[in-house]
Design a protein around this ligand. Sequence first.
Ligand code: AMP
Ligand code: MG
Length: 334
Amino acid sequence: MNIKKAAFCYALSIIMVLFTSCQVMSSTKSIDFFAMDTVISLKISGKQADTALTQTKKEIKRLEGIFSNTIEHSDISMINQNFQADFETIHPETKEILQLSNHLSEETNGCFDITLGNFVKLWGFTEETKRVPSPIELQQAQQHVGNAHLKLADGILLEQQIQLDLGAIAKGYITDQVVNLLQQYDIDSAILSIGGNVSVIGNQQQPFQVGIANPMQPNTLIGSISVSNCAIVTSGDYQRYFEQDGIRYHHILDPKTGYPANQGLSSVTVICESAALADAYATALFVMGLDTGIQFVENHPEIEAIFVTKEGQVKCSTGIDSQFTPHSNVQVIS
Ligand code: AMP
Ligand code: MG
């Protein structure tokens, strides 16, 4: 792993699970590896921890090979090259993630939109070299971004030049697949951390304590939450960015403009049962900003969220407020 990757992993790995004594079990096995352009840490406890860990790693690599648009023969690369595919020629998981993404795009009023591949390419977020595109380049790319250009019926049909990017949902979707897979094994608990996505499963006596990174100093925590059997996913402006002329350009883009979303937030953490939903909503809420975002969450009882503003203030949705413990000096908005 090169230094850049290592630094990036370090920033992402800061969402951490803080162990309580009851969670340290005799047969706990763990593994760290690099996939999906991020660091993956898996910790599994129980009789079949070893086998479960091996199968989990295999499944993550398999799904990465289907969804990544930087892997040559993945389903998404094939769709991006041909602008179409029959459902029979792609994996069922691809059909499912595209249908879910399509629905989420409509539900979030386009704040989450997987058709923004052209914008992501212009900024170079998936390349070695990142750069600020010109306004003209972004305007031209804008014509080839938008969920209306993606048609799902008997198969997938993209209007010419549309490029899909599953970066804001694939990690969460894969985490859900792994959680399902783990049900086949005799395990007591598991902590899955895929980049900014954490899922905790298990029926221990006390809930897990999950730390939320402080976006201003990502190697420290802004607070922690007490949760069980759920996904905790953070989208933040500190996770992937570059700086030019003193300005930080981060990777969460507003699909309506192509520029990094700038609605006064530094991070959004979503807590819900499904990691795929948590992942997509965290990105979408970041684009919406605090006022619209908190309204959206309060209208969706299945999700909770913790917003951190650029000033470092924290706002929790009603259902998670009592489970959040801020670190000292952190200002929580009521
Ligand atoms: P996340 O870290 O989950 O917020 O996802 C960010 C990644 O998803 C970026 O690196 C892009 O590849 C892609 N992306 C950026 N902005 C959006 C957006 N508004 N909707 C969907 N995907 C996005
Ligand atoms: Mg996301």
